[in-house]
Design a protein around this ligand. Structure first.
Ligand code: MTE
Ligand code: MO
Length: 207
């Protein structure tokens, strides 16, 4: 069994586009394996150490922090989605488990002028996402893939998952979510990647 039946399943809308071909964005090739891609080395993270927290901050009424234990005890969902990497591979039919970003963000009470989030990860990695897209129903902070803890290579203990954008918007080893009024480029965006990153519009590079 991959999932316990008491957990709701959220199906990412892009998986409902039709057959494999219809689900493959322009310029993408399907892969069965899951490649590992990131800048730098895999950080050694102990989410149970007192130094680890997930911090929600910026344009909110209620800045707060969560321990890893608290996150793992929050109501979780299974998300069925496809992954699209800007380096031209796509992997269909993934099941990730984690906490809806909407619940995480709502608890912070975003101020009226909050429009964007900046995700902050270990070692200074960042990526920017419009707030309304970050709290879509299929967006979670994920800790499991196919019913098992995500491998450290792929972002354990916690990674963002924004299935409707290219995979670089899904921050591995996430530690903070900052709410902002204005957009700003994150790590790959500063290195030429697109500010938005819609795979169906091939928003790969350039602003
Ligand atoms: N913290 C962090 N997250 C990251 C990256 C990174 O360099 N650091 N790279 C992004 C990029 S470019 C991609 S394609 C995906 C790859 O995820 P995967 O290795 O699980 O396939 O992670 C994204 N998240
Ligand atoms: Mo990437």
């Amino acid at each position: 069994m991959m999932s316990d039946t008491s957990r709701p399943t959220v199906v990412s809308p892009d998986t409902l586009r039709g057959d494999k071909l219809a689900r493959t964005p322009p310029g993408q090739q399907l892969t069965a394996k899951w490649p590992v891609l990131h800048y730098g080395s895999v950080p050694k993270v102990d989410p149970y150490s007192p130094n680890w927290s997930l911090r929600i901050f910026g344009l909110v009424e209620n800045e707060y922090e969560l321990t890893y234990d608290e996150i793992r005890k929050m109501p979780a969902v299974d998300v069925v989605c496809d992954m699209h990497c800007v380096t031209h591979w796509s992997r269909l039919n993934n099941t990730f488990t984690g906490v809806p970003t909407k619940a995480i963000i709502e608890r912070a009470k975003p101020k009226a002028n909050a429009r964007f989030v900046m995700c902050h990860s270990e070692a200074g990695f960042t990526t920017n996402v419009p707030l309304d897209e970050f709290i879509a129903d299929d967006c979670i902070l994920a800790y499991q893939w196919e019913g098992k803890d995500i491998e450290p290579d792929h972002g354990w203990p916690l990674r963002g998952l924004v299935p409707q954008l290219y995979l670089w918007k899904s921050a591995k080893w996430i530690r903070g979510i900052e709410l902002r009024a204005t957009d700003a480029p994150g790590f790959w965006e500063q290195n030429g990647y697109h500010m938005h990153g819609d795979p169906w519009a091939e928003e790969r590079f350039g602003w």
